[in-house]
Design a protein around this ligand. Structure first.
Ligand code: MN
Length: 329
């Protein structure tokens, strides 16, 4: 079954998020206490109608939340494969540890990029006392067939390129925006950029007509391609645009995500991206047996036990294209 390509023409479509409890309290640490904060995130991608934007296959937005009482973000060791995780904070500080030996603090303006490839596990924990306010995004990029089984690696970038024009300033986290190219590793043509829009100064961002795009407003309110979008909303814009007109009365901050439509059908389940149901079953089994994904020295205190995978659903997972489950036509 062929996937439908992204809309060749511009569209303007708000994607409603669903609230997801990031780490259920039912998980316990080694002392039997509940592990993990009750952090609620807004999940925009995948959604029923829109499963990807370019190779971006997962978009979670959270905060700003004061997590002082909850101990901040506490995500115990868990596995990934077939994807890259992109961590971008707007406030707070998080410590990343993983099974290839990385131990990295991330602050706003810095990029954590973990290429899971064949398999890796990691933990993410707020630092104390300076990081209880959390505001940021957690993004995944699907890896194309040729590279999805590569060895895992982790990158931390503090020096990211900026693209500027009258009224607008964009930090390019991943991929490229016009002449600004991020040093972070990518495996398909895409962009992720954090965009500041000056008050009362309409601006234009250069787009690639062959790519599809979405914009998440992370602060303030803006008019994007002619219609208003406010904090915590994501608009899917389709493709076929040479530029994107943005303006804001009081100033705004946007996350621009885009890329070449991803034509491979994928299966996403829990923290895995694969191509078939059987691959997911294998990954789950290997994680539960302590194989393939290594071990993490988690930064949390008390020590965190690895997250168990949820049970497999009763149905066979189907590979899907970017368009989701909308009927053709
Ligand atoms: Mn993760």
């Amino acid at each position: 079954m062929a996937s439908r390509p992204a809309d060749p023409a511009p569209v303007w479509e708000l994607l409603p998020p669903r609230a997801v409890l990031l780490t259920p309290r039912t998980f316990t640490d080694s002392s039997g206490e509940p592990a993990g904060s009750p952090l609620t995130v807004q999940r925009f991608i995948p959604s029923r109608v829109r499963r990807m934007v370019g190779a971006w296959c997962f978009v979670d937005y959270y905060g700003p939340d004061d997590l002082s009482d909850a101990g901040g973000m506490q995500v115990p060791p868990h596995p990934h494969c077939g994807l890259q995780t992109v961590t971008w904070l707007l406030s707070g500080e998080v410590r990343h540890t993983d099974s290839v030996g990385s131990d990295a603090l991330i602050s706003p303006g810095q990029l954590n990029l973990m290429t899971a490839g064949h398999g890796i596990s990691h933990a993410e924990n707020s630092t104390r006392p300076i990081g209880p306010i959390l505001h940021g995004v957690q993004l995944w990029v699907a890896l194309p067939e040729a590279v999805r089984d590569q060895p895992a690696c982790f990158e931390h970038h503090e020096d990211l390129p900026v693209w500027q024009a009258a009224g607008v300033r964009a930090t390019v986290l991943l991929g490229s925006l016009a002449s600004a190219v991020s040093p972070a590793s990518t495996f398909s043509p895409l962009v992720g950029a954090d965009v500041f829009v000056e008050p009362a100064h309409p601006a234009s961002l250069p787009l690639n007509t062959a790519w599809e795009y979405a914009v998440l407003v992370t602060s303030g309110a803006a008019v994007i391609a002619g219609a208003p979008v406010t904090t915590g909303q994501l608009v899917y814009l389709g493709g076929g645009r040479t530029s994107l007109e943005v303006s804001s009365t009081s100033g705004a901050r946007l996350l621009l995500l885009g890329g070449e439509p991803f034509t491979e059908e994928i299966v996403m389940w829990w923290n895995f991206v694969a191509r078939t149901h059987d691959e997911i079953v294998a990954a789950r089994t290997e994680w539960m047996h302590g194989d393939r994904f290594g071990t993490v020295e988690a930064g949390g205190s008390p020590p965190q036990l690895p997250l168990p995978a949820p049970p497999m659903p009763a149905v066979t997972l189907k590979a899907r294209g970017a368009r989701g489950d909308q009927a053709a036509g």
